[in-house]
Design a protein around this ligand. Sequence first.
Ligand code: ZN
Length: 498
Amino acid sequence: MIVFACGISHESHSFSKLRTEISDFEGADVGAIDSKPELLDTRSTEGGILSAAQEFGWDLRFPFCAHATPSGPLAEEAFETLVGRLLGELKRAKAVDGVLLALHGAMFAEHVPDCEGEILERVRAVVGPRVPIAITLDLHANFSDRMAALSNIATSFRTTPHTDQWETSNRAARLLNEAMHRGTAPHVYVARLPMLAGMDMGRTIDPTGPMNRLLAMARKLELETPGVLDISLNAGFYYGDVFEAGPSVTVTAHCDDASYGDLAKKIMLAAWETRSFVSLRHYGVDEAIARTREVASGVGPVILVDYTDGPAGGAYGDGTQLLSALLVENPEKTVVGPIYDPLAVDEAIKAGVGASVRLMVGGRIDPAYGGPPVEVFGEVVRVSDGNYLRKGPYATGTTGHLGQGVCVKCGNVSVILVSRRQQPEDREQYRIFGIDPERLNILACKGINHFRADFEPISRELIFVDSGGLVSVDFTRFPFRNVRRPVWPLDDDVAPPQ
Ligand SMILES: [Zn+2]
């Protein structure tokens, strides 16, 4: 079997000023992933596909797997370059028996709102109607009708933090393998309700939370219902201002039968019931600092989670409100960062390790979301190339890049500045700056969900902060234009679904 696999993945925040360029993508160059056996042992999307290819004896063509930190809409050139490379390699592979695409589901370009639907349409035009196409998605996908019509198999992550990237791509590969051998193309059904948010943003940390209950329902129905190959839940990405934004359920089935669409709707109706449930409480900056005083002693760090400025949700990662408050408070053994600021990094590196520096830090992209630049006066104690090997549960074994970075010590507070926007996700990101997160009193990081996999087990307490960043939980801050209306929670007159 000749199988073509390729990945293009990005979560695009419609209201971010930071346009996503081709240079923001890692792994975008054609570099033949099928000839990189070292990826076999990683807990990644690539690892799941390579393992399946080995197991099934596929002749795999896997030219690249590109992904970028969530940010604003893709520049037209970035989208066209990536998709052009994908189509060029697909045509070079000639008569393929199956296609496996690793996508996100919430990618948005300045000229194409439904990027995944567009990619599928262009791929389908090359391979024709009979070759099965499987797609893997992040569970924060905004799943469109066009994606359902043009794919044969769709399966999404089942965990947030997304620690099942390997399992998801491996599952898609298994379903694709069966479809290729059977010679029949499965169908994908999708159901949505007038909901922009819900499913507790897909969080699966609390075993009794709504997402886990819905996932259990999906697993049961998947087993019980003849002809069902996969049921996936997408919590949606509500900062993606597209018509079909919000939670959805997909059913992949052997044959074309409207009852599978009803099955998807049945789970969506259960999701409607818990739509307003949010498992996190967000504190204001002052409230959060006061809370750290209340839990002043104990084992492991108190983690101040600067949630609304989290790059994992498309925020800028250069907000300064929490930094500013902590510099004044000056609590013992405290680390703030990473904060995105390539200019400040440059200045600190030029000054060198041991030098005293006075830097203006952060707040450069849009101070309206997270505060203006803040003066940081301290000693440069460490410079790093920002490369780290992920050793925690999230994408284990793969390498990550913070870009050139520095650690500046200001009293009791160490500030980590980096030149690449990257979410906190692995303790190694601190070890490369000579910091053991386990020994800290306070760690202030810009995490949302994924950092929890490696950091929650060592923490004394997590305190979620709303510092006014772009991942705001206040929907009224955003001028939605494209999402279907009426929709909960933007409108009051949303009729309960039948
Ligand atoms: Zn996600």
